[in-house]
Design a protein around this ligand. Structure first.
Ligand code: UDP
Length: 246
């Protein structure tokens, strides 16, 4: 499968539907590809403009999906088609839903101690027969890494969900990609927290009104400072568009 790519501040975001993203990930699992998937919201794209390593990882990723209303807005503003938002959380739910009948093995790596276990319990209730073949929290030192890598290798997952936050999860997945040998890895940010019921997602009407970013900022005050990334992003994209016209 190949999808049109829209460069947003240099980050190549695929223009695709949720269905297509799910099918692409499943195809890579079947091919045992070793693919890295990133879910890019405005904040991640802004981070990438300042963090060369993250920027290069996203440029080399197998797939960057448009996670966030800001990303979809930017594509439209630049004059490109982008059918819909492919939120990391929703992508994970869609993959978990199909995992039992496909026999996919899933590993949850990241978030505070206990969260991945709760997310596993939730997944087993929501998606009967799903195989969560391992869980590991995301708080570790460099000395713990060989053991974590071993744990993941021995569990033989088809899909690894890394919830370490941006850019730690992207850098970790890239660094250990060969050693891990997992067919598909995705950086999923706060997805396990939401599954565990630790953090709430915005109500549907707010998601529809493209206000999920505001909800998250208000609900988690420590994130409020991160809200300024959005207007900055809007300005940067706008300037990029004007620059292109000249
Ligand atoms: N986290 C982690 N290890 C760390 C730092 C963060 O496992 O060293 C987890 C944290 O507990 C949370 C997730 O990473 O579950 C980050 O979630 P957030 O919604 O902030 O994600 P982002 O917006 O950075 O993708």
């Amino acid at each position: 499968m190949s999808f049109p790519i829209v460069e947003i501040l240099g980050v190549p975001v695929a223009s695709l539907t949720m269905r297509e993203a799910v099918e692409q990930a499943e195809q890579w699992m079947d091919e045992r590809r070793g693919a890295l998937i990133a879910t890019a919201n405005a904040e991640m794209i802004m981070n990438a403009t300042r963090d060369e390593e993250l920027f290069e990882i996203l440029r080399a990723a197998d797939l960057v999906v448009p996670d966030g209303a800001g990303t979809v807005w930017a594509a439209h503003h630049l004059g490109y088609e982008m059918p819909e938002r492919v939120a990391g959380y929703d992508l994970v739910q869609a993959l978990l839903k199909e995992a039992p009948k496909r026999g996919d093995r899933v590993f949850f790596f990241g978030s505070a101690p206990g969260i991945a276990e709760s997310a596993k319990n939730k997944a087993e209730k929501l998606y009967p027969g799903v195989q969560i073949v391992g869980v590991r929290n995301g708080y570790f030192t460099a000395e713990d890494e060989p053991e974590i890598i071993n744990e993941i290798r021995e569990a033989k997952p088809d899909i690894l969900l890394a919830a370490l936050g941006v850019p730690k999860q992207e850098k970790w997945l890239k660094k250990y990609r060969e050693e891990l040998g997992v067919p598909v890895s995705i950086g999923v940010g706060g997805t396990l927290d939401v599954m565990a019921g630790n953090v709430r997602r915005a109500p549907k009407w707010m998601q529809k009104a493209k206000l999920e970013w505001l909800f998250r900022g208000l609900l988690q005050p420590k994130r409020a400072g991160r809200l300024v990334a959005l207007p900055k992003f809007v300005l940067r994209v706008h300037r990029a568009k004007k620059g292109r016209k000249r």
